[in-house]
Design a protein around this ligand. Structure first.
Ligand code: NAG
Ligand code: NAG
Ligand code: NAG
Ligand code: NAG
Ligand code: NAG
Ligand code: NAG
Ligand code: NAG
Ligand code: NAG
Ligand code: NAG
Ligand code: NAG
Length: 823
């Protein structure tokens, strides 16, 4: 992802502003008008103000620019950082000889703009974007403060270099809150290779922003305001520069670098708590520059080890012994070294990466990806190529080992990189070099344990669709199955041959295994047309019979909605029963919301989308689908996430369909999952669409709080999360449940609304719970919500006779209880 901006000191420390009863507001400094202590220069519409200030208790005076209108004094620029002055009464800012803007004491000039003009007739003005400009009589800007940033990058300010004027635009933090002098750190771009920002401490690189791209960074919402950042990138022989702007220019935003090496972007929220941090870098261990060295990638999915080789099929640690002891200083090397021979190499594409360090690169701003690949193939020292900027055809070639690569979370929209490999490492879909780039096939696969460990949670498979019609008959005949016609409708469920699936999963290779559920292993596979699939292979001794299996297939295949996981087909051959699902790269919701490191990847916007998506999926199940289904086992581990973090409800193993007028049914044996079961269901076996609503309410509270309902650690002897939320809600403190991992991004009105809706859904009395279509209306509107009553905070009695646990990635404290005997 793009650098997203840069950040630094939140200037919330006290600045002492000297009050002077004779203070005047000027709009221009000219030959005849100058600024003395207490006077300020104000921008046209009063957004920014320039004057003298004193940070902390140092007693030193500085000339600086801050926001005039906002209550928290926030200095964005300082003139005489290195030359403070103690005696305010003698300071004067005026136009001096040759049109220079100078800061004078009674004895000397301690700071000046760097311009000389021949006319000597210049004026200084503060613009509404915070830029102090010195202009000549033709209104030409001869000097501007934007060319000399301090610790703050305002919208419209540039980072980078001006080769004509020999100016380098970069941020340097204040030494401390009392001392605006520049510290050791700086955030700026190098003069060689494709430009990107680096955070350096002296000459040491600490963090890298990644190559520049003209991109848009949106979807951040700071309370009621949605911010969209746009980036401007200029790369030519005269200038390389990177700047950002807000789509809504009436919002205030700034990006700062502080002396603790933190880059932060802020937005001002008038009616909130002032400056809200929107984004910050570096974000953790994996952002440390080059932590994994050549061809290594740092992964936050791994708990014990943070580095792995980019692709373990094709790269190995250079020094395995050291690697095993978590010494990654030697990085990885190709299994097969490159030979500089015609036809001996091709490329493997890796997606969603932070592109490697661009110090040793060459680039062309107008070259197609195909030409780019062909150029790289021809040059023996070229190691990889990529287009860093989706908005145009940039060709970027690397001429050294690839350093500081990072595989980004799926769905983050990171760029692709094509890494050169020896022909023998290319696999079957190698590239024919002579045919040029057109043939460059996507051979992908970033194999990182953990990323591929998908929580495909498909538990058991008894779909009790009470379907009188269209009961399809599946008959096994050798390799391929055929579906015979139902009485009234065709079952158009693709049937796969066992050979096809065995082939797609490399013969159920352990490498392809995603996980193991109670009913057998789940494998990742790729069909010949490149489609990724997840295959559930029911173990031969599974209690699930052929009829139930067929029922699930038929039941799920009837359900088509973008918030339900899609079944592509099935396969039955002899003892083998396989279900073929769409592949979900982002595991299940529980692996995000309950996990410390993963949860930061779900900001509020994503969480709220997930809540709404699940609600839509349930409306479909309850009302809109042909079958009308009660899911009966809705829980975080049954919500799978696609590339874009869209939720998909999975596991219809326990689902029951009900007739048009039926809304409630009774079962002898209670099945479901602890913590999500409604009281009437757990105690009396009564289930209805309102028992799904109850589970949904629990899910909403879990998404908001990042805590499990069951197994919740109670500070106040509360039985579970619901009880905890209810107490806080009554005390008017419900916002305390907001999970810290997304607090920065949260949109309070939506959070408050979600908590309310969550509580309404977990009401003791099923009749008091809204149905799912009202839930959608409540989440989407601004109107008043009904006041929740005391919710159900009972805990379920233990239920006997469970047969299996569902497969979930890493969660052990929940299990699904499954009805074993069929109807
Ligand atoms: C400058 O001002 C300081 C204090 O206001 C005073 O002590 C000093 O004599 C002045 N110097 C000159 C050269 O006027
Ligand atoms: C003015 O220019 C000189 C030389 O070009 C440079 O060393 C100095 O840092 C500049 N000062 C300011 C305030 O821009
Ligand atoms: C300087 O500029 C002012 C305003 O633009 C103008 O009135 C004045 O004549 C100019 N003086 C000289 C010496 O050019
Ligand atoms: C821009 O922000 C202002 C202030 O919050 C708001 O009033 C205005 O509606 C916003 N404009 C757009 C186009 O979103
Ligand atoms: C830098 O910013 C972070 C977060 O805003 C803060 O915790 C830290 O104290 C700041 N460092 C300095 C030296 O101000
Ligand atoms: C802030 O919000 C409160 C209520 O939410 C409102 O009464 C007040 O007028 C708002 N203040 C401003 C400055 O918008
Ligand atoms: C890591 O391994 C390298 C040799 O591969 C060695 O030179 C270096 O000292 C090791 N570092 C540590 C911290 O052990
Ligand atoms: C590679 O082969 C092509 C044609 O097949 C030829 O034009 C080119 O010169 C060869 N390059 C090298 C380095 O051998
Ligand atoms: C960039 O590539 C284009 C297309 O191949 C070519 O016309 C142009 O000369 C190249 N520019 C540079 C600076 O190499
Ligand atoms: C390969 O690229 C490098 C770097 O641009 C260049 O110095 C070298 O001459 C190129 N080699 C060939 C054979 O084109």
């Amino acid at each position: 992802m793009q650098i997203l901006m840069e950040g630094a000191a939140i200037l919330l420390f006290s600045l002492v502003f000297v009050h002077n009863s004779y203070a005047a507001e000027l709009d221009t400094i000219s030959d005849s008008r100058f600024l003395t202590n207490g006077d300020t220069l104000v921008s046209a519409t009063g957004i920014f103000e320039l004057g003298f200030f004193q940070p902390g208790s140092s007693g030193n005076r500085y000339l600086g620019i801050w926001y005039k209108k906002i209550s928290v004094r926030t200095v964005v620029w300082v003139a005489n950082r290195n030359h403070p002055h103690l005696d305010a009464s003698t300071l004067e800012l005026k136009i001096a000889d040759q049109g220079i803007l100078g800061l004078f004491t009674n004895t000397s000039m301690i700071w000046s703009s760097n311009t000389t003009t021949t006319t000597g007739n210049t004026t200084a003005k503060l613009r509404d974007n915070g830029n102090l400009v010195v202009i000549d009589q033709d209104e030409k800007v001869v000097w501007q403060s934007f060319d000399y940033p301090t610790d703050t990058l305002l919208p419209g300010m540039k980072l980078g270099r001006d080769y004509l004027r020999h100016i380098e635009w970069r941020l340097t933090p204040w030494k401390s809150s009392q001392d605006p002098a520049p510290g050791e750190l700086n955030w700026g771009s190098d003069a060689i290779g494709y430009p990107e920002n680096k955070l350096r401490k002296g000459s040491l690189v600490m963090f890298r922003g990644g190559p520049w791209a003209n991109q848009r960074f949106s979807g951040i919402s700071v309370f009621s305001k949605s911010l969209t950042f746009t980036y401007d990138v200029i790369i030519d022989e005269n200038e390389v520069s990177f700047s950002y702007n807000l789509e809504n220019s009436s919002l205030l935003s700034r990006t700062t670098l502080n002396s603790s090496m933190l880059l932060e972007s802020w937005a001002w929220v008038e009616n909130g708590t002032g400056w809200q941090r929107v984004v910050y870098f570096p974000r953790g261990e994996c952002d440390k520059y080059n932590i994994c060295n050549a061809y290594g990638t740092c992964s936050i999915n791994m708990i014990q080890q943070s580095c792995s080789c980019l692709d373990e099929k094709r790269f190995v640690p250079k020094n395995q012994k050291a690697w095993d002891t978590a010494n990654w200083s030697d990085g990885c090397i190709r299994r097969t070294p490159l030979e500089c021979k015609n036809g001996s190499a091709g490329f493997i594409k890796y997606s969603n990466v932070k592109l490697p360090d661009t110090e040793n690169t060459w680039f062309n701003m107008s070259m197609s990806l195909e030409e780019c690949g062909a150029t790289c193939l021809k040059n023996c020292s070229c190691m990889a190529y990529a287009n860093p900027d989706k908005s145009r055809s940039v060709c970027l070639l690397w001429f050294s080992d690839l350093l500081d690569i990072q595989v980004l979370p799926a769905g983050s929209g990171g760029p692709d990189i094509f890494v050169k490999m020896a022909a023998s490492d290319l696999g079957s879909q190698s590239i024919s070099k002579d045919k040029g780039g057109e043939n460059i096939k996507i051979i992908l696969l970033v194999i990182i344990p953990g990323v591929l460990l998908i929580g495909l949670i498909i538990a058991t498979s008894l779909c009790y669709a009470r379907r009188k019609r269209n009961h399809a008959k599946l008959t096994g005949e050798g390799d391929v199955l055929k579906a015979s016609k139902g009485q009234e409708e065709d079952i158009e469920q693709p049937l796969f041959s066992f050979a096809t699936i065995a082939n797609a999963t490399s013969n159920f290779s352990p490498d392809n295994k995603l996980g193991e559920g109670g009913f057998g292993p789940v494998y990742k596979g790729m069909l010949e047309d490149g489609k990724e699939i997840a295959v559930k292979r029911l173990s031969k001794n599974s209690t699930q019979g052929l009829d139930e299996f067929k029922n699930e297939v038929i039941c799920i295949s009837k359900l088509q909605h973008r918030n339900l996981v899609k079944l592509h087909g099935c396969c039955i051959q002899g003892d083998e029963k396989l279900l073929i699902y769409e592949y979900m790269p982002n595991k299940s919701l529980d692996s995000f919301i309950f996990d410390k490191t993963q949860s930061v990847l779900l900001d509020w916007t994503k969480r709220f989308n997930i809540i709404k998506g699940i609600a839509r999926g349930l409306v479909y199940l309850h009302q809109d689908s042909r079958l009308r289904i009660i899911h009966r086992d809705l829980k975080a581990s049954n919500i799978l996430l696609d590339y874009d973090m869209n939720p998909k409800i999975s596991d219809f193993g326990l689902a029951r369909s009900f007739g048009g007028n039926e809304t409630q049914a009774n079962t002898e044996r209670v099945v479901g999952t602890y913590g999500y079961m409604s009281p009437e269901y757990a105690l009396d076996g009564l289930f209805s669409i309102k028992s799904d609503v109850f589970s949904f309410g629990v899910l909403v509270l879990e998404i908001v709080s990042g805590k499990r309902n069951r197994g919740f650690i109670q500070p106040e002897n509360e039985i579970n999360l619901i009880g905890h939320v209810w107490r806080l809600y009554n005390e008017g403190k419900s916002l305390q449940i907001i999970d810290a991992s997304y607090a920065e991004s949260c949109h309070l009105p939506e959070v408050i609304r979600s908590i309310r809706v969550g509580l309404l859904c977990v009401q003791q009395n099923a009749g008091d719970r809204p149905n799912m279509s009202s839930v959608i209306l409540m989440l989407g509107s601004e109107g008043e919500l009904q006041e929740p009553k005391q919710p159900s905070i009972f805990t379920e009695k233990p239920v006997v006779n469970y047969s299996s646990s569902s497969y979930t990635a890493g969660s052990t404290n929940q299990f699904t209880i499954t009805e074993v005997d069929a109807r």
